[in-house]
Design a binder for this molecule. Sequence first.
Ligand code: ZN
Length: 293
Amino acid sequence: MSGRAAVPLASWPSSRAIATGLAASGAIGTLAYRRGSLSAGGVAGAILTGTTIFAAGGAVPSSLLLTFFISSSALSLWRRGRKGAAAEVEAAKGARRDLAQTLANGGVAAGLVALGRVSPGDRWLPALVGALATVNADTWATEVGLLSPQAPRLITTLRPVPPGTSGGVSPLGTGAAALGAALIGGVAALGTGVVNRRGRAGLGLLPLALVAGVGGAFADSLLGATVQARYRCPRCGVATERPIHRCGTPAVFVGGLRTVDNDVVNFLASLCGAVIGAGGGRVLARYEWGRDR
Ligand SMILES: [Zn+2]
């Protein structure tokens, strides 16, 4: 189980790996900033998490992060080309991801990569796959779900809610979540099979990502519908998830927990995906993962 002992404990990535990671995540962050999907703080968060994953994670974690970035950017570009409710929701949520949002999305994955450097072994990769499958599933569900012809329903009460409401789910969004999770699993399976020569052992990462990603996205909706802070703008009379409505009016707190905002929910959801992934990794280990070496 402990794997290759050749990697010394707490080994620091080479300066070349760090430089490459900085250059790659800096380029991605700059691109996203120019496209209007990241704020300056968001660029800092992307460089922090991106450099950690690129420099300390190696080929497979890096390719998973790139898969998330490229697929979610492509989906966002495609969706922005369509009009309707999507533009309204984007204005309400704020189009640019800030520092807290990028750390909420990439923090668990970067933390797992860092743990993998401190204590090398096989157990971190399934958890990492679960965390990134959740982030990708959630992003895909949001982007594609906004195009749903029917109103989403709250995951707890199943009552119809306005598009973009935290905890709202739709068949289209759920299908997109499954595809987004499966894509991460496919790349992970391919990566471990080809790069790490794990052969069929890596194939188990595909169903693992699907279960962990959909499970994590489900947790995201459940937390969003229950504990996430909910506000109402007294001036516009609409629900919002932010304490200050976009019209500038302080919103009235109406439910949930004040300390739990959307970023906390995203972070907890990807942590949940990581835990499901780690559990799945133990199941894989029992059958074939780690046996063929
Ligand atoms: Zn307002």
